[in-house]
Design a binder for this molecule. Structure first.
Ligand code: DC
Length: 224
């Protein structure tokens, strides 16, 4: 089914991509694919094997025999590392930084490309990431670039981490957000950027519900 409906949502970390895309997918009856989880899983595997995520040679060596797969349980995405469900284990600040570093390695991107493409060719989906509209689904019918100020993104992430009991400070989270923005948009391969067709949705002044409605409105307009 190669003519599935593909919606690409790209943007910096903490812009609300996953919560918004998840909710919009539910309303539209599409599969939601969080591609950041794939990079996080590669980073988790690399760290477990003692590799430095910034060291391309070491990370590439950990790709051998690695199987990353996605499953959908009651509409929610689960990610598996050689069959182990690591969906929760990949949500730590250490893995965030590791994924940002590992995702700059071309072999890592190549390793994950087909998996993303196959899912999009088999399902109507909303896929979120950094290079979905530019590289993975250049043929997407709808391309959205979702963004918000670094301060508001750090504030949202800080709250999330506090709720999970992770010890950190707002300043630390803001520094992380800025560092990841820089890494993700300045890397040579598939940097984070909007395409000419992208509709920019800025959620700085919007709450979650308003952001979801704004995204659904763009998708519905483009689909008609
Ligand atoms: O969306 P996220 O925070 O879970 O993503 C983790 C890291 O993975 C992020 O720093 C950049 C990288 N990434 C990417 O390079 N390309 C994607 N399509 C998705 C994520």
């Amino acid at each position: 089914m190669a003519n599935t409906i593909k919606v690409a949502i790209d943007g910096p970390s903490g812009a609300g991509k996953s919560s918004i895309a998840k909710a919009a997918s539910k309303v539209l009856g599409f599969v939601y694919v969080d591609t950041g989880a794939l990079y996080r899983t590669v980073a988790l595997n690399a760290l477990r094997k003692g590799a430095d995520p910034k060291n391309a040679e070491q990370v590439i060596a950990t790709l051998e025999n690695l199987k990353v797969t996605l499953g959908f349980v009651e509409g929610t995405q689960h990610v598996y590392l050689n069959g182990e469900d690591v969906s929760d284990k990949i949500r730590t600040p250490e893995i965030s930084m590791g994924a940002s570093a590992a995702s700059a390695i071309p072999e890592v991107r190549k390793f994950l490309f087909n998996l993303q493409r196959e899912i999009a060719d088999a399902n109507n989906c909303i896929m979120d990431g950094r290079d979905i509209g530019t590289v993975v689904l250049p043929d997407a019918k709808v391309k959205i670039f979702l963004t918000a100020s670094p301060e508001i993104r750090a504030e949202r992430r800080y709250k999330e981490l506090c709720e999970k009991g992770t010890e950190t400070t707002f300043e630390e989270v803001l520094a992380d957000v800025k560092q990841r923005d820089y890494n993700d948009s300045h890397r040579e391969i598939a940097p984070l950027k909007a395409t000419e067709e992208s509709v920019i949705v800025d959620t700085t002044e919007l709450d979650l519900e308003q952001s979801i409605q704004a995204v659904i409105a763009v998708i519905e307009e483009k689909m008609h």
